[in-house]
Each structure stands twice: as C-alpha cells, then as structure tokens.
Design a protein around this ligand. Structure first.
Ligand SMILES: O=C(O)CCC(=O)C(=O)O
Ligand SMILES: [Fe+2]
Length: 286
C-alpha cells in the first residue's frame, strides 16, 4: 500500500521486544487506510503506544472500538470493586474509582474468565513523575514460548492452565480498595485454557501463562505441578521479554491481551495517579 496525501499516521516500532508507537493526531478518526495500518500494527507489534494526546473517555471508547466490541466487567470483581462501567477508572484516591495502590504482578487481564479479553486501551489522565514509580511493563509471550526450555515445553504441550481471580476475595488488606465484594474465591468457577495458545489472527503460538494461573490440568505427572508452575513463573517474568512504559499525562496504550502479560510497579502515594481503561472483548482461547 502506498501513502496517500490524506494519510496522517506513521508507525514506529519500539526499540523493545514488542510494541510500536503510533505517531499522528488521533483526536478524530484518521483515514480508513490509516486505521487499517494501526490495526495491522496491533497485530504485528502487540502493543501500541500513543504519546501525550489527552483524550476524552468517549474518544477512548471510539478508538478501542476499532479493534472490537467492548467488554464491560460489570459485577465481576476486579481490583477491589464489582461495580464497573464502560470505562474503568483506576485511581489511588478512593473517591475516584477502582483503587490500586500496590504493585501489580505480571498478568493477562481476565484470564480467569471462560472468554478472556482480546485487549484493552489504557489512558493516562494523571500520572506521577517517572522517578515516583508507577511504570507499566508489557511482555512478549510469543518470544517467551520461543525461548522456553524444550523439556519444559514438552511437559506443557496440551496442558491447560486454570486462572484465579485474585480480587474475588476480600483484598482490602492487600491495598485494593473499592466497594464490597460480591463473590468469594469459592463461588467463582474455574475455566481451563491452553498454556500454549494459538493467536486467532496470526496462527502464532504463545505462552499463555500469568500469575493468575495457579493450577494445571492434563499434566502427564501431576506431582510435578508445583515445580512446573514455579519454573513457568520464573521464565515468563524475565526482563528481556518486556517493554517498560514511563507514563506521561495523555499517553494511551492499547495492548493485545492474548499474547502479552503486563505488570505495574508501585509508586509514591503522595502523588495522584488516575488511568482510564476500556476493555475489548475476545474469543475463547485455543
Ligand atoms: O495501572 C496500570 O498502569 C495498569 C493496570 C492494569 O493492570 C490494567 O489496567 O489492566
Ligand atoms: Fe491489567
């Protein structure tokens, strides 16, 4: 495809194991050709970074909808609340929405559901200065599978992982805030998904494993479960798989939740931090 005069977007791959920056004005829709290139870049780079363009919640919803229909968590407990609207507000100030004050370990959003997310878009409304922390990092789970020890890989071929919703119980003590929990970990059912997952748009396999996965189903030798879980945790969280994002106000990140994990470092609580998230519905993992 050739650039036309109306094209106003360019895509620059990041100097990282995944991710690309989308450069250009996104306050209104660019051309169809440009939107198509953004969607191709999402498929090829897994994480898209848009820098320092403050946008409204409605614009965030509109951009996210290029990638698919919205997913609303509703009464599924996450990050300490079970009352989530179209846009999830994550803030370290109680009165502004879902609270999260502690570091978030590596995870893929909603891996504990029967049909987890395709992706999500996260927009920084207010963030602390970089030296105060709150850095969010995304890892490439295709590379994580490519670099998995072949013996370990052989052990997890055809094995399912079962994810837990860590927010289903009472997490107040862990620093999560929000309204009371409707569910306990006992009443939220388990949904197994393949540990080696095939990406539904590219056919590439990836290691679909995050800290949510706490049980394995289908191991040849079930007595190895704990050891394999530990080995996978150690492997998948290595720094060489990550892109680390140092936020500025107005940044938006859109990620493919099927082939990436993400985590967030803790931050100095004397600063306000508020990010808005829109979730994109996925399909059942295979
Ligand atoms: O606060 C952040 O930067 C990331 C939080 C997170 O895990 C999410 O929005 O899914
Ligand atoms: Fe997340």
């Amino acid at each position: 495809m050739t650039m036309t005069e109306t094209d106003r977007i360019s895509i620059r791959p990041l100097d990282a194991p995944l991710g690309a920056e989308v450069i250009g004005d996104l306050s209104t829709d660019p051309s169809g050709a440009d939107i198509f290139r953004i969607i191709e870049a999402f498929r090829d780079h897994h994480v898209l970074v848009i820098k320092e363009q403050p946008i409204s919640d409605q614009r965030l919803l509109d951009i996210a909808a290029w990638f698919g229909p919205q997913f609303v968590a509703g009464d599924i407990p996450v990050l300490g609340t079970d009352e989530q609207g179209e846009v999830t507000v994550l803030s370290n100030r109680d009165d502004k929405g879902v609270g999260s004050r502690v570091a978030l370990p590596f995870h893929s959003d909603f891996q504990f559901l029967p049909v987890p997310l395709k992706g999500a878009a996260l927009h920084a409304v207010e963030v602390p200065p970089v030296e105060a922390g709150g850095i969010t990092s995304w890892s490439n789970l295709h590379t994580a599978l490519d670099e998995l020890d072949p013996e370990l890989r052989a052990k997890i071929e055809g094995v399912n992982g079962i994810g837990i919703n860590p927010y289903a119980g009472n997490m107040e003590g862990a620093g999560y805030t929000g309204s009371g929990q409707k569910y306990t970990s006992e009443t939220v059912p388990d949904f197994p998904h393949p540990l080696i997952r095939t990406h539904p748009e590219t056919g590439r396999e990836c290691l679909y494993f995050s800290m949510f996965v706490h049980k394995l189903d289908g191991l040849a030798d079930p007595s190895e479960e704990a050891e394999i879980l530990t080995a996978l945790r150690d492997h998948v969280d290595q720094d060489r798989f990550y892109y680390h994002h140092e936020w500025n106000t107005g940044d938006t990140i859109i990620w493919d939740n099927r082939c990436t994990n993400h985590k967030r470092s803790d931050f100095d609580q004397s600063y306000d931090r508020e990010v808005h998230r829109v979730q994109i519905a996925g399909t059942r993992p295979f």
